[in-house]
Design a protein around this ligand. Sequence first.
Ligand code: FNR
Length: 369
Amino acid sequence: MEVTNVTEYQAIAKEKLPKMVYDYYASGAEDQWTLEENRNAFARILFRPRILIDVSKIDMTTTILGFKISMPIMIAPTAMQKMAHPDGEYATARAASSAGTIMTLSSWATSSVEEVASTGPGIRFFQLYVYKDRNVVAQLVRRAERAGFKAIALTVDTPRLGRREADIKNRFTLPPFLTLKNFEGLDLGKMDEANDSGLASYVAGQIDRTLSWKDVKWLQTITTMPILVKGVITAEDTRLAIQAGAAGIIVSNHGARQLDYVPSTIMALEEVVKAAQGRVPVFLDGGVRRGTDVFKALALGASGIFIGRPVVFSLAAEGEAGVRKVLQMLREEFELTMALSGCTSLREITRDHIVTEWDAPRARPAPRL
Ligand code: FNR
């Protein structure tokens, strides 16, 4: 049967993929409360559409860090995409580029920065995990820059890996025919099997738990690429990130895979937007599955959104064609939402186009006696 929305790819992926792989992609941390909340919270935001506005022409284009893209829908970094499909990150890169949008490549990709760059032109960001060995980090950042990547998304919510119980039960590890390609030459490309999650052990062994704000400044001494801080969900950290020189902020709870019982990102977004005071752009990822979700995020002040799981699920189902279709469906749904809300450009999407639970009740006329 024809796939008509993004969510449908999840069931197809579940059928196609080995259990260990599907569970790794789908899971959240611990009780997975935040995982559900990332979706549920969108359903509590309603529209206040405007009518009788000429919506015959709709412009969804936007400029992100100076790069013009076709729509405010971008691709979040998700690790190990060759577990989903043999083309892995190559397919994602091609799909993003043909949709005219940005792909973020994970540090833990199963294709290297050079390989992804070789797929052809495209605006790409590189997601960075900071290893204990800073030479490894400096080398990798330099390679990404040389390969034409345009920004670093520094992930700051992962000093240790969240407790993902399916991965523990499955003894999750990278299949033997794959490597974390960016680290292959550095002898850090393999993941040992462990008594629990192989990835959790890898993180405990390699990732630098001492990472702090001064390292955001250090990173700026080794690269000229702008730095997006990925994983901010409070006003306090928004102000610190801007002080530390961040070029932008990604409101993210890592797809609910790190600390459980943090709020959904759509609930946290407005606090961050207010604290940023327009000094840097604010982006969101987490639970975006519909064009209406994209609109709600923009109405709350996001400059754009990123999608994670929809990419790996559609990749598993149909390879590059699947990822293209996900981007196309979201584009069409978002365009329709704009039209039905009376907005012809992103600029016209305002806070007044939505109503949230935390808005003060609107004054009602007194009942007539
Ligand atoms: C992720 N995420 C992630 N983030 C990151 O900074 N580096 C990474 O390597 C990964 N890897 C990864 C793998 C998988 C399978 C998932 C589901 C997620 C988090 C990702 O960038 C993003 O924050 C979330 O996926 C967004 O939520 P949705 O769209 O998956 O709901």
